[in-house]
Design a protein around this ligand. Sequence first.
Ligand code: HDE
Length: 677
Amino acid sequence: MADKRHENEKDAQLESFRVDDKGKYMTTNQGLRVSEDELSLTAGVRGPTLMEDFHFREKMTHFDHERIPERVVHARGFAAHGEFQLYESMEQYTKAKIFTDTSNKVPVFVRFSTVNGSKGSGDTARDARGFATKFYTEEGNYDLVANNIPVFFIQDGIKFPDVVHSFKPEPHNDIPQASTAHDNFWDFVANNPENAHMVMWIMSDRAIPRSFRMMEGFGVNTFRFVNAAGEAFFIKFHWKPKLGVHSLVWDEAQKLMGIDPDFHRNDLWDAIERGDYPEYELGVQIVPQEDEFKFDFDLLDATKLIPEEEVPVKIIGKMTLTNNVDNFFAETEQVAFHPGNVVPGIDFTNDPLLQARLFSYIDTQLIRLGGPNFHELPINRPICPFHNNQRDGFHRQAINIARVNYHRNSLQGNTPAPASPEQGGYKHYEEKVDGKKIRGRSKSFIDFFSQAKLFWNSMSEPEKKHIIDAFSFELGKVKSKSVRRQNVDLFANVDLQLAQKIARNIGVKPPTQGGSPVTKTSPALSQLNTTMTAKTRKVAVIISNGFHGNVIKSILDYWKKEGLVVEFISEDLGPVKGTNGVVLEAVQNVYTAQSVLYDAVFMVRGSSTDKMFNEKAAYFIDEAYRHKKTIGAIGEGKKWLEANQMVNKPGVVTDENVTEFARHFVQAVAHHRHWNR
Ligand code: HDE
């Protein structure tokens, strides 16, 4: 991997902490060479172990303390290094160097995550995904801690423990893992109607992404840009994946939880190792201060989005992920993100969810990372110098050499000295705030259903069907009939037909009235309107000895050029020989490969004398077909499609002409799925 490393300032800093044990003598942590690592020090070969065996004690003690608490949410994550490049200066809106200096590539570290499941749960659970980015800027670390869904369950952070308790495994028996399909969650949903919009998203395809590389990221909360003249703008952040936004189907996601619980991890890791570096463009929606009250919702309400058709997303830069981590624990597990890590030119709003977040992240990290010095961990260190009078605490790394550790002082010329804004000192936006101390919610937060309906209206037919299926699955698992009915009643406020369909599927009397009057749509919300490309899609090629070498080679060459990734599946692992001396390497056989691991199937070979092969291959194609994936066949392979009446169906490619076949196959794969099948 080292040869592919993309070096930048952060990488250089990390390099000074990397340790390579290869070829070295084994020592204790005190540096003492160890002469024996398999046998404890005992009194005689059959006698008791001796207390003085410091090597045994050190080895065992360290092991005993290897685990740290997992994150209370977003426990399961996967991360990569990369760089951010700004396209054009945003100085009109912000003075942040990262958004004004186009000459600089800023190192980033991105951690993707599920929210609900434990660290060891599966990747493809129905859930929101975290999308947290740390920008190591010359002005300090800036964290954009985002999700792949643009809204949230609740409007006030004080309810965060409640929503999280409700979706986590139930407290009496710790069931279910990484799933919202249980009574407590849906009881919370029905009784806290502000979450209706978010729950529509959670029931949609967005909650089962095809890949971390094919997800949007949203800052959710409204932030503020402040320019050099002190003018402020409301800002919503967006990450847009270059590969478009695509999802799995539910049946596939469920199977992957067993077949490959690391499906998203493998996908990201492999793409980076191959050199298919994931790319995301950064966009901002900019709202001038004077337009604060122009919308039919409140900008401070995190259960609402700003439709892209009303305020376009201005694309301002691109992030490319170029390196996998060297060590999961040191980097992915120990990284600490915080929405409060900002730089001059980026500021907060009074969004009550954001305000709560500003407290929670550091608070939880203090216990998770065991003290106040986790900013010194290599992955969390800024690349710029940092100086203050903070001292001591568990695991302190810095050896502060000065005697002075207080401000103001005369012994050290009153340094470290606060900097003026002109010198780069952070100055909070001077918003005028004046009000009574109350516990209350603004009336402008009270419309819970209009945007839930906007989302529903914007879905294509297959997306709507998936939402109904998801509600039916989840609520169908709820044991309390009262909770099932309460939810049908809640979602009748969004769309009557939706609620009626769910009701029929879960044994609840369909409601007869309800529905939000909103008729607006936001086409940007539908995944059918996203970028469609075959690039980096994974094709299973089922093949055996004796294939037509030149034909297959020309197809594979074309696909490679178009960015498809192929994997060969044969009866046995190892070389598969075709005519004209073409040899391919089967890395999977029908015992190890499953259709859910691929985006498309190419059948080159016909049936076999091996009954097991025939059964497995038939199941493979049938399942891929049901999951609406592209299927292609030539020669003998076509017999499978004929036997299953798949010929001439949408997304089934069988052209006689090899060039046409190769081209049409790529076009079909770019479609992602063939919903009209
Ligand atoms: Fe978080 N969130 N969150 N969150 N969040 C955490 O911080 C919290 C929210 C998000 O890969 C925790 O270090 C509160 C919205 C991501 O390490 C914790 C509220 C969004 C990650 C926390 C929210 C997020 C976290 C747990 C409502 C999308 C994973 C571990 C008031 C914009 C970061 C940790 C990583 C993690 C609190 C809501 C995104 C407990 C109180 C909205 C991507 O501090």
